[in-house]
Design a protein around this ligand. Structure first.
Ligand code: ADP
Ligand code: ZN
Ligand code: ZN
Length: 804
């Protein structure tokens, strides 16, 4: 019987995205399953592919069909669920299926790695053809078995649990192993050895007796030295006589460095209790309900998550906990580790490729039950998901910016349907879209209106910096902020100073002609870095030394402008020379573990002021913080983005929430040049509902989400004329294929009009209902892939873009 594998191949930019048929050589019939990776010939090359279906027939003539050339996995790396999810992602985000498949796997499975086979049992249990390999070592390179054509036998052995396959990432260090000692399983056998020992070998006899009480158990050598009070030589002697043996035990690289103190479930407040009850009811009924947990900062959302997860674990299920990368702080992960200990895996960008693979593998093998991670952890290969949580669900980092351009919220809801389990979206400032859905009962709204320990929300003062200037205060600190800081320093309380720098940074400006030094590759001003006196482009990485004179007018009055964290730090030292400051920004936290260290310093009271950018806006929970200062509230208001008001409100509410979370009351001072803007006025009141209503009104007027959907088509080319011309063709195509009630804006230049030497134009599609949209976009992409891409055009389609 012929066996056919349908394979999704790794050739991006091929005009058609569909599986191709390959012949499975007879030898591999029982070997290859759906979800395995293979190498297949495609044109002149061998490429990577994923087996997505097995069949017995094909339309390709049998003399034309090519065979699979290599098997990369004999156990699938993707489950049936993931294969289905990939199909859905392909449709939902208009991407190549291969991109959707790849995004679900840890990068170690894409990097260079060596596949090793580990012996798990006594050699005698193995098929003799395999056993011969393991005479000298417990671990053999997979290639050896491939060469000898023993893959079928190997697969059998894996099924029985006799051997195990692991990928060892080459560059990033191997899977760590430690040597342990396993005591022989039979007490009689050890007894026999004991009888043969010389009477004078007292220590050896002592150890043999100890071993008789621990048959079959595994110890670290040090444990044996201690428990049986013997030395290494004594143990060595007994191992040589066969009473015990050395084994290799894999240790997972532990990304946690600190000791964890176990915590217990807190007694819930009434509000928390009600919220939890509704969630656990949905879990009990195996109902894929989506909850929006709207709780003011400090209302104890995290405690609700923890107890809901506990319930999932008690039901024998697993839980996925997503947090934005930026708030994946050690403080945050510690809360989960201290409740669930070893059952927690953590996934974030700070881990090495090897560490990420280890965490993924622990999940895949069911060694852990909870994953706490950033966006991509939504693809955690758990098989019995009982609960999915997105904390800070409004964060834009849940949307991936590259293909596949998915939103973790959508994937969470898809998986919850698959597993019949609830989803919790949690936030103090939900995305407008989510709150609107909750109001329409698409999501179930759960509210926590009070802080968990009944602390008052901090009092918020808005300071008009224009008035300060009129009064002759030219510094970056208002009089009331300086006074507030002075008081706190005297009372030995802590201060958080927040610099709102989203899309805003210090740049170099000529005071004579107004020239701002720009990146030569991108239409973006360069950012000034004081520590090495360089200007750097944050988009393409270009850097140069700060010029001595203006490149335009040669004036020497060229200097940096704008308020960087370093500048603020200097100003504080001028005002309060005795203050101890911890500065957190991209410069001070680039090294691994730096983030954690800085927070430790502040948390343990070795500093008075924590100064930082967005990365300090979330998740911090320190009892001694009583003052939060926002230096420039409006910088995020002036971004060319319809969400800038929403983002500003969210950011201000989040930072304000850092103050007064425990016994001491908190105060917040917000400095701004536009105190009359509703996002700032309403952030002062810390009321979400009025903000929601006001913002919905302006979205309605301007025709933006959640009233309309958006889709973005972006065209780029190295030549500005080509880019503009093809963007025009895109607009024409869309206009002639979409219905009249769809509005198409553009072509216009993108908000960053040149990036990496490519000029960028875009068309924005606004629609309410357009059944024809996806097909039209697919047609457009087909034209692009078959024709335009050869001319150097790049085309991107982003449905529901997070930045426009
Ligand atoms: P959120 O995630 O909503 O900002 P947290 O879960 O961080 O709130 O809770 C804020 C503080 O209140 C934390 O210090 C937490 O330990 C505490 N807390 C939460 N729930 C309770 C409770 N039921 N009883 C006592 N303290 C609580
Ligand atoms: Zn100049
Ligand atoms: Zn650049």
């Amino acid at each position: 019987m012929t066996r056919i594998a349908k394979v999704i191949v790794d050739v991006a930019a091929y005009p058609v995205d569909r599986p191709f048929d390959y012949l499975i050589p007879a030898d591999w019939h029982d070997l290859i399953e759906c979800g395995c990776r293979v190498k297949v010939p495609f044109g002149p090359r061998n490429v990577l592919g994923f087996v997505v279906e097995l069949a017995s027939e094909t339309d390709v003539p049998l003399d034309k069909i090519k065979p699979i050339t290599q098997v990369l996995d004999i156990e699938p790396v993707l489950t049936e669920e993931m294969l289905r999810l990939a199909k859905w992602l392909k449709k939902q985000t208009i991407c190549y299926e291969i991109d959707a498949l790849q995004v679900m796997l840890p990068s170690a499975l894409r990097a260079k790695y060596e596949k090793m086979v580990y012996l798990q049992v006594e050699l005698e249990q193995l098929d003799p053809s395999l056993a011969s390999f393991f005479q000298k070592s417990q671990k053999i390179n997979f290639k050896q078995f491939e060469k000898q054509e023993l893959l079928k036998e190997l697969k059998q052995a894996i099924k029985k649990g006799y051997v195990r396959i692991e990928n060892e990432v080459k560059q990033q260090g191997n899977i760590k192993e430690i040597r342990k000692v396993q005591i022989h399983v039979e007490a009689d056998y050890i007894d026999k050895i004991k009888q043969q020992l010389s009477k004078r070998a007292k220590k050896q006899i002592q150890l043999a007796e100890w071993m008789q009480n621990h048959c079959g158990e595994i110890f670290a050598p040090e444990e044996i030295y201690e428990q049986a009070s013997v030395t290494a030589t004594v143990l060595q002697a007994l191992i040589e006589s066969g009473a015990a043996q050395f084994i290799q035990e894999e240790v997972y690289r532990d990304p946690f460095t600190k000791d964890i103190v176990q915590t217990m479930a807190l007694r819930l407040t009434d509000e928390q209790d009600q919220a939890l009850n509704q969630i656990t009811a949905a879990m009990e009924q195996q109902h894929n309900e989506t909850f929006l947990l709207h709780g003011v900062t400090g209302s104890g959302k995290t405690e609700v998550y923890l107890q809901a997860i506990q319930q999932a674990l008690q039901d024998g299920k697993e839980a996925i906990m997503l947090v934005p990368e930026i708030s994946l702080t050690p403080q945050m992960t510690e809360r989960f580790r201290s409740r669930f200990g070893e059952l927690v895996a953590v996934m974030h960008s700070g881990l090495s490729v090897g560490e990420k693979y280890d965490e993924w593998r622990k999940i895949q093998q069911g060694k852990v039950k909870v994953v706490v991670g950033a966006r991509s952890a939504i693809f955690a290969p758990f098989q019995h998901v009982g609960l999915i949580i997105l904390d800070e669900e409004h964060e834009s980092t849940y949307k991936q910016e590259d293909a596949p351009r998915y939103h973790a919220r959508d994937v969470a809801i898809w998986r919850s349907e698959f597993h019949q389990c609830p989803v919790i979206l949690g936030s103090a400032t939900p995305a407008l879209e989510s709150y609107a859905r909750a109001k329409k009962n698409v999501y179930t709204l759960l509210s926590l209106k009070e802080r968990a320990k009944q602390q008052a929300l901090p009092s918020v003062t808005v300071v008009d910096m224009r008035e300060e200037l009129k009064l002759g205060n030219r510094s970056m600190f208002s009089t009331s902020l300086i006074e507030g800081m002075r008081e706190r320093l005297m009372r030995k309380e802590q201060i958080v100073l927040f610099l709102n720098r989203r899309g805003y940074s210090s740049f170099v400006l000529c005071r004579d002609c107004g020239t701002v030094v720009q990146c030569p590759n991108c239409d973006i001003s360069l950012t000034y870095h004081r520590y090495n006196e360089k200007l750097k482009c944050h988009y393409c990485g270009y850097d140069e030394y700060v010029p001595q004179s203006c490149p335009q007018c040669q004036s020497e009055h060229i200097r940096f402008f704008g308020t960087g964290t370093q500048k603020v730090e200097e100003e504080i030292y001028k005002l309060f020379p005795e203050a101890r400051i911890v500065r957190m920004d991209v410069d001070t936290t680039s090294q691994k573990g730096a983030h954690e260290q800085l927070l430790d310093i502040f948390g343990s009271g070795q500093a008075d002021i924590l100064l930082g950018t967005q990365m300090i806006a979330k998740g911090l929970d320190f009892p001694n913080i009583t003052l939060v200062g926002v230096l420039s509230a409006d910088t995020s208001l002036h971004l060319p983005d319809y969400r800038s008001g929403e983002r500003t409100f969210q950011l201000l509410t989040q930072v304000s929430g850092r103050a007064g979370r425990h016994d001491l009351p908190g105060e917040v001072i917000i400095q701004t040049y536009t105190p009359e803007h509703y996002a700032i006025e309403l952030a002062q009141e810390q009321q979400y509902e009025p903000f929601y209503l006001r913002e919905m009104q302006s979205r309605h007027q301007a025709g933006y989400p959640p009233y309309y959907y958006l889709a973005l088509v972006q065209v780029s080319h190295e030549d500005v004329i080509m880019a503009a011309e093809y963007a025009g063709r895109v607009a024409d195509y869309l206009r002639s294929n979409l219905s009249f009630n769809v509005s198409i804006i553009g072509p216009t230049t993108a908000s960053i009009s040149r990036l990496n030497n490519r000029y960028r134009y875009q068309c924005l599609i606004k629609y309410k209902r357009e059944p024809n949209l996806i097909d039209t976009l697919l047609q457009l992409i087909k034209i692009y892939r078959t024709d335009w891409s050869k001319k150097g055009i790049q085309l991107i389609v982003d449905l529901d873009p997070s930045v426009i």
